[in-house]
Structure formats: C-alpha cells, structure tokens
Write a protein that binds this ligand. Structure first.
Ligand code: C2E
Ligand code: MG
Ligand code: MG
Length: 765
C-alpha cells in the first residue's frame, strides 16, 4: 500500500515536472522581454546576451527532440519539428559567433543556411501533424484548406513582396537569401491557415500552440525585414519572436491532446477562414487593377478564386444530392426499405385531388390493409432482431405478388398497406389471396424458422371512400373484421352490421359489461383415470341484442385493446365462483378453470380480488384454477413468475393454456410455479384415427416431461373416442373436448352423472 502511494507520488511528480520546467523557461523569456524593453540602447547583460538566448533556444529545441525520442508512438512530428527548431537555434548561435566584436555578417552567411534549413523540416512536421489528426477528409475539406492557404498567401504576398523587393538589395545571392525568408514564411503561413481550416472542430491545444509559434515567427521575420522603419519596437519584436516561437512549438509536442468524446458529435468545419481568405484574394485581384501589386500575389489570388469556384460547384452538387437523399429518407421506411406512411398519404392525396367522380372512366383504387398475426410472439420469443429479419424478408415477398404499378407501404410495426391502381374488388381479392399464401410460408431466422399469418382488409375507392383518410379507415375496419371472423381477408361493406364499427362495438361492449350481458359456458373436464367429470372450464360469451351469442375470440381482442379486460375478468371470476359455490351447495364438488389475460397480471388488485371472491362465497382456493396462455406468460415472464407465485401462496393453481401453440420449451416454463399444462388442440387433434408416430411421440414425451416436472396434464380439443383412448393410454390426466362435452350453460351441464362416456375405456387403477 505504502509502495503504491509512493509510486503514485513519483508519477505525480513526473507529470508535474514538464509544465513546471516550461513555466520556468517562460519566466526567463518574460524577463528577457522586460529587459529588452527597459535596457539602454548599448547596454548588455550576460544573462540575456545573444549566447545565452541561443543556448536557451538550443535547450528548448532539444526538449522537443527528446519528446520524440522518449515517446512510444508518434515520434516523427516532435523529432522533425525539434530538428527544425534546432537548426534555427544553431543559426542564432552561429550568428552570435559571426557578429562577435560588432562585425556585420555577410548575406548570405553560414547562419542563413541553418535558418533556412528550419523551413523544410517544419513543413514536413506540420503536414505529418495534420495527417495524424485528419486521416480521412472529403474533397470539399481539402478544397477549403487549399482556398484558405492560397488566399492567406495571396494577401500576405500583396503586402510583403512589394516591401521585400524594395528592402532586398545587393547581389543575386543576397537578394535570393532575402527573398527566401518571406517566401518560406508565406508557405508556412498558408500551410498553417489551410491546416487550421481542416483542423477546425478537432482537438485543438497542441495545434494552437504550433500555429501561435509559427505566427510569432512570421511576425519576427517581418519585423526583421522592416526593422529600419519600425525602429526600436521592431528590434524588440525581432529579438523576442524567435525564442518565444521555439518555446511554444516545443511545448506543443509535450501537450497531450484531450481524448475525443465519442458521445458528442464533432462540430462540422466552418467556412470562416476559407471565406475570409477568398474575400482577401478578391480584394487583391481588384486592387491589382487599380495599383501595382506583385504578380505573385495576383497569381495566388487568382488560384484562390478558382479553388473557391471549384468548392462552390462541389457544394451545390452536395446540396442537391443531400436534398434528394433527405427526400428519399422522408418517404422510406428505414428497416424494410419500403415506402412509408408519409409517401402513402402523398400518393392518396394526389389520387383523390385528381379524382373526378363525374368524369366518365375515372380510375378506381383498391386499398389492402395487411396486419400480421403472431408478430409480437416472434419479437417476444426470439427477440427484436428476429422480428426485424421477418419484416425485411417480407417486403420482397409481398412485392413479388404485385404488378410494377402497385404500391406496397409499411405503415409501422406489423402493418402494411397495398394500393392497387385501376383494380376492382375481384382483382383485390386475388391479390389478397396471393399475399396470404406467401405470408403463410415460414420465414428463415438466424437459428430457426418462424411463421406469421396475416389478416387483410380490403376497401375500394370510390365505392367505399372518396378521401385518403376514409379509405384507410375502411380498410382498417375490414381488417379487424377479418380478425374477428378468423378469415384471411374481408372486403369492407358499408351497411354491414355494427361489428365493423369498432367505436360502436366498444361502446356496446362497455354497456354489456355494465348491464351484465356477458355470461359463462362451462365445458366439462374428465379425469382419465376415474372416468369422472372433476372440473369445468368457464368460457365467456356475449349475449348481443342483434348478433345473438358472440364467441369470446370475437370481442376479447377488442376488450384487451380498449383496456376492458380487468372488468371482464372480474365479472367472469365472480360468476364462476358463484356458480362453483352453488354446485357445492348441491353436493357437486367441481374444480373451476377460469381464463385470465396477461393484463390481469399487471393489476396489483388482481390477487386480492381473487382472494376476496373465494372468501365471500366460501369456496376453497384449491377449487379454482387460473389459465394463462403460453404466449402471454412468455411475453412478460418476470411479472408472470411473480404473480403465479403469489397465487400459489394463497392456494390457487395456475395452468399454462394452449401449450404447444407457441414456441416455448417446457423446460423454460418449469421455472414458473405452475401446476397444470393444457396441451393445445393443434397437438391433440392429429392423434385421431391412426396418428403418425411423430405426433404420438411428441404428445407422449410432453406428457412424460410434464409429469417429471410435477405438472398435471390436460388435453384440449378431444373430438373423438380414438383420441381419448390414445391420450388415456399415454397417461394424460384430464381430457376436455366436444367428445366429452361441449361448452354449455350451467343448467345443462351433465356433471351429476359420473358414468363413463360412450367409447371411453377407463383405465383400471
Ligand atoms: P381456451 O381457453 O383454449 O378454451 C378452449 C376453447 O376451445 C373454447 O373456445 C372451446 O369452446 C373450444 N373447444 C373445446 N373443445 C373443443 C373441441 O373439441 N374442438 C374444438 N374445435 N374446439 C373446442 P371458446 O369458448 O371460443 O374460447 C376461445 C378462447 O377464448 C379460449 O381458449 C380462451 O383463451 C378465451 N377465453 C374464453 N373465455 C375467456 C375468459 O373468460 N377470459 C379470458 N381471458 N379468455 C377467455
Ligand atoms: Mg382455457
Ligand atoms: Mg386452450
């Protein structure tokens, strides 16, 4: 522990050393500046003499090189930059030697060779630095950089070159040397301005220090060039600029760039610098017409404007492509690539706007509203990625059933719409049949296959509706009717009974609940060992004043959707427990099975309600079984697990209904505190009349596994004696089905007679 703390302190100390060291060097520089300002014209002091300053520069350059040599990666930039700085510092040292004794060194001198050696190394370092930061750039960004750099060069050339040509005197070598400085500075400046454009919006601190260093260097060089006209301040600038510039650039390589935060979107590069540069270039070109400006400057300005023009062309193209892309995205469903609801509205609005009912031969339109069955089950059982896979495969499959001029649209979720132009009801039905067929074929998922069916509602324009909203509404109503009727597709009919009108249906259902027009049928369950009726399943019906008795699957989905399941279950439970109590009073002891819905499990008042009703009628909890369908248990597994346990704690058993209709394994369900398993009709009905060995084996192993898990097995949908026989031979506990007894009102239920049913061979116990 103490060792770790000591190590940490050592690391802290090391981390502090560099900033502290550079801080001291900065202080020295400030002292030097102060001395430059206050000193007399011929005063000298060894601490700030040319030798000492050259030594300072050499030390700082070596620090930069040292950074490169000690770094684990990214060595090229500090080493190249450091060597560049070192060349300049050595130039200063040589100049100090050459100027000893007040001698004016020749132009060019050896020091010039070192000074000028600084530039190529620094160009390389700057380019390497930018490449490290900006790896992948689109052409417009490079163009922005080029516009910015060339524009800056043009503006500087306009000011500087004129002065240079005047300032530079002497022979060819001297002129070339004098021109080499501003030209090299100009290049460096344009590189840095262009680079700043590319780097805008990125990690900044090290780059800003390099830019500041180069800017100070350019200022120093300019001051050097014009120091005769600038006077004393020019001399001070010239003297301080280089050590300051070297210090900043050396510091830059030690700064650690802040890591990019991937959660924050990077700011796009701005057009400010290129914009200013291009404007500057324009001014240079205009000014070139009015007064004498260096040709180099005019040429650079012209290049800048050409580049800006290219950039403009790229931008216009990019804007056009972007707006096309946006337009495409706005009408496309991202997952399936099909058109979306917005596109559908546009198409329908355009159709109806153009539609003239009075014109002879006006075009008709068929609208097919497709709603997938069991899609939620796939999402719940296999996950949303599997659901997505189904939806993606669906588009090409459905499109293959359509003509090129027809339109397929994903409305959202598992709802699709097909528009058939110039189609009548007959053609719409043909297409609906084709769609039903292709949707019935299984979909391939990563590890398995899954099946979805669909219900299709068909509405026609102008027969059923004359505007977009009504057409979709009619097709939607027809689709719901298809769901209710259990038909694959249904055509909308204006004057059909109220069941087509969902709003009216729901209002009536609420009234039916309030006025108790819901009643129960009871279906007997036979103990396959004793041959006695030992329990009944309670099945709700709606006594409708016009439609007669409405079966549960025709109205329960609506009730579920409208949030009426709580009220319906309360009513059913109350009736069933009341009836159970009445039978018990008559000496008929039966267990009652009541179906409950997944939404009941979400209601915290549900378990207390069950307890209250049992208590009120004096019925023991063991006389009540609550049936939950397999899919509803799986869709909210944790909540189901909790409520099932709570019910078990009060003595009420839970049964998993319709087992085998979904995709769940028995082992998965075994983690629930359920006590009974009801084999779905789809497993049971194949057993009738010479069942094939695989079906038989499936039921046999399910029963065996269920028993091994301590579950009672009930077989549903027994429609003949043969099935009953097979099931009893396989060891099934209870049987239910039309063969044993159809669901009926309590008064007609033949429970009093325990006699074995015809064709039933009770197993001797
Ligand atoms: P379920 O719980 O699986 O009920 C069995 C269904 O199969 C009943 O249909 C019954 O009439 C039918 N059935 C029974 N034996 C046979 C047979 O031998 N052959 C055939 N083909 N069918 C048979 P029903 O009464 O139409 O009920 C359908 C579903 O409605 C029920 O399926 C249950 O899930 C739901 N349900 C019924 N009553 C209620 C209720 O009070 N609450 C809730 N939440 N759901 C209910
Ligand atoms: Mg049931
Ligand atoms: Mg069932």
């Amino acid at each position: 522990m103490a060792g770790a703390v000591a190590r940490l302190r050592l690391q802290d100390r090391r981390a502090l050393m560099m900033p502290a060291g550079y801080g001291l060097l900065g202080l020295y520089l400030l002292g030097y500046l102060a001395w430059l300002i206050v000193r007399g014209s011929d005063q000298s002091w060894p601490l700030f003499g040319s030798w000492t300053v050259a030594g300072f520069e050499i030390f700082v350059s070596l620090l930069c090189v040292a950074r490169g040599l000690t770094a684990r990666s990214g060595r090229a930039v500090p080493v190249t930059l450091g060597l560049g700085l070192l060349l300049w510092a050595l130039g200063d040292l040589i100049l100090a030697v050459e100027s000893q004794g007040g001698v004016e060194p020749p132009t060019p001198s050896l020091a010039d060779a070192f000074y000028l050696g600084f530039f190529p190394l620094t160009y390389v370092a700057v380019v390497l630095f930018m490449r490290g930061e900006v790896r992948r750039l689109a052409t417009p960004s490079w163009l922005d950089g080029a516009v910015a750099g060339a524009g800056a060069a043009a503006v500087c050339a306009a000011f500087v070159f004129h002065g240079v040509l005047h300032a530079a005197g002497g022979g060819t070598a001297a002129t070339a040397t004098n021109i080499a400085y501003p030209v090299s500075d100009l290049l460096l400046l344009s590189l840095v301005v262009g680079g700043s454009t590319l780097m805008s919006g990125r990690r900044k601190a090290p780059w800003l220090l390099i830019v500041a260093g180069i800017a100070i260097n350019v200022v120093g060089d300019t001051a050097n060039l014009f120091h005769s006209s600038l006077g004393r301040s020019g001399l001070i600038l010239d003297a301080i600029a280089w050590p300051a510039s070297i210090l900043l650039m050396s510091m830059a390589v030690w700064l650690r760039p802040r890591p990019i935060n991937p959660l924050v979107a990077q700011k796009p590069t701005t057009f400010l610098i290129p914009g200013l540069s291009a404007s500057g270039a324009l001014v240079v070109v205009l000014a070139g017409n009015l007064q004498e400006i260096s040709r180099v400057a005019v040429a650079l300005a012209t290049v800048t404007l050409v580049l800006a023009g290219l950039r403009l062309i790229r931008s216009v193209r990019a804007m056009r492509a972007l707006s096309q892309e946006r337009q495409h995205q706005s009408i496309t469903d991202e997952l399936t690539g099909l058109n979306n609801r917005r596109f559908l509205s546009t198409v329908l609005d355009a159709f109806f706007a153009d539609y003239d009912q009075s014109a002879p031969g006006s075009r008709g339109l068929a609208c097919l509203f497709v709603d997938l069955d069991h899609f939620k089950d796939i999402n719940d059982t296999y996950g949303h990625l599997a659901g997505d896979q189904v939806l993606k495969q669906l588009g090409p499959r459905l499109t293959a059933c359509l003509r090129a001029e027809d339109l397929l649209v994903r409305l959202g979720g598992d709802e699709f719409v097909v528009l058939l132009l110039d189609a009548d009801a007959d053609y719409a039905v043909v297409v609906a049949q084709r769609l039903t067929e292709v949707l019935a074929e299984p979909f391939t998922l990563s590890l398995t296959q899954a099946s979805v069916g669909a219900r299709i509602g068909i509405a026609l324009a102008p027969t059923d509706a004359t505007d977009a909203h009504s057409l979709l509404w009619c097709a939607d109503i027809a689709m719901y009717r298809a769901k209710l009727a259990g038909s694959p597709y249904v055509c909308y009919h204006h004057d059909r009974d109220l069941i087509g009108n969902r709003m009216q249906l729901l209002a009536e259902l609420q009234t039916a609940i309030d006025e108790h027009h819901l009643f129960l049928h009871y279906q007997p369950q036979l103990d396959l060992r004793s041959g006695r009726i030992v329990s009944v399943e309670c099945l709700v019906r709606w006594q409708h004043r016009k439609l007669g008795v409405v079966p549960p699957l025709d109205f329960l989905p609506f009730a579920e959707e409208a949030g009426l399941m709580g009220q319906i279950t309360a009513l059913v439970l109350s009736d069933a427990i009341t009836q159970c109590a009445e039978w018990r009073d008559q000496g008929i002891v039966l267990t009652i099975s009541v179906n409950i819905s997944p939404t009941n499990l979400l209601d915290p008042q549900f378990v207390p309600l069950v307890e209250h009703l049992l208590d009120r009628h004096g019925v023991p909890a063991s006389a009540l079984i609550l049936e939950l369908t397999e899919t509803s248990v799986i869709s909210d597994f944790e909540r189901s697990q909790q409520v099932i346990q709570e019910l078990l704690d009060v003595g009420v058993f839970v049964s998993v209904d319709d087992f085998g209709a979904g995709f769940t394994s028995l082992a998965y369900l075994s983690t629930l505190a359920v006590k009974e398993l009801k084999l779905d009709r789809t497993l049971v009905s194949p057993l009738s009349g010479g069942a094939n060995p695989r079906d038989l084996e499936l039921v046999r192993s399910t029963i065996e596994l269920g028993h091994a898990l301590g579950l009672r097995i009930v077989a549903e949908g027994i429609e003949d004696g043969a099935t009953l026989e097979v099931l009893s031979a396989l060891g099934c506990d209870l049987g239910q089905g039309y063969f044993i007894g159809r669901p009926t009102v309590a008064s007609q239920l033949a429970v009093a007679s325990p006699a074995p049913l015809p064709g039933f061979l009770p197993i001797a116990s």
